[in-house]
Design a protein around this ligand. Sequence first.
Ligand code: ADP
Length: 200
Amino acid sequence: MTDQNKEPSANGIRVVFVGPPGVGKGTQCRRISQYFGVPHLSTGDMLRATDPDSDFGKLVRDCIDDGGFVPDYVAMRMVIQRLRQPDCANGFILDGFPRTLPQAEMFDEHLAGQGMRLECVVYLTADQETLHQRLRRRFELEGRPDDSADAIQPRLELFTELTQPLVQHYAALGVLNTVPGIGPPDEVFDSLLDSLNTRR
Ligand code: ADP
């Protein structure tokens, strides 16, 4: 049974989601964002929303379509600008940022400068076979270039190499919560709510 009818928190929440491509971060972040009434900030969505005919949009697609990352400062600047919007005053759900250790360290510093800290980092996990299957299915449904067969493996490797070190980083800060992303979306959502509610 889901807990979706529970009253949203009035206190806001600042959460980062970390997880490999295909683990279901986007789906779960959207639901968590609705539940807590704070915006869902997906850097992947923001990058895909850039004008493909602009110089910046072309640079972004050159970086992401074959499964690579945009430079750290590009991601950082985009997120900082977005966090200045009034709808973020009460918190945010960050999906896809930070994605590298330098981004995480810059972000920690930025928050500390504002007298804030992350309350919780969720690490959503799934086995490699499940991730491959989900990404193949998403490619059939949505046709995202970075979900193509050629781009899937490099993306999973880039996750292991550049993003997974965040898990140790946030564990050392005492804010890490690991939640399995396997099973029906409603069950994953319930596990996430449990872990977020016990954290806060
Ligand atoms: P997924 O979580 O399935 O990998 P996203 O939609 O979160 O996909 O991101 C799509 C792509 O956008 C990433 O593969 C990467 O190229 C780029 N991207 C998103 N966030 C960042 C970031 N914080 N730093 C660098 N590149 C990013």
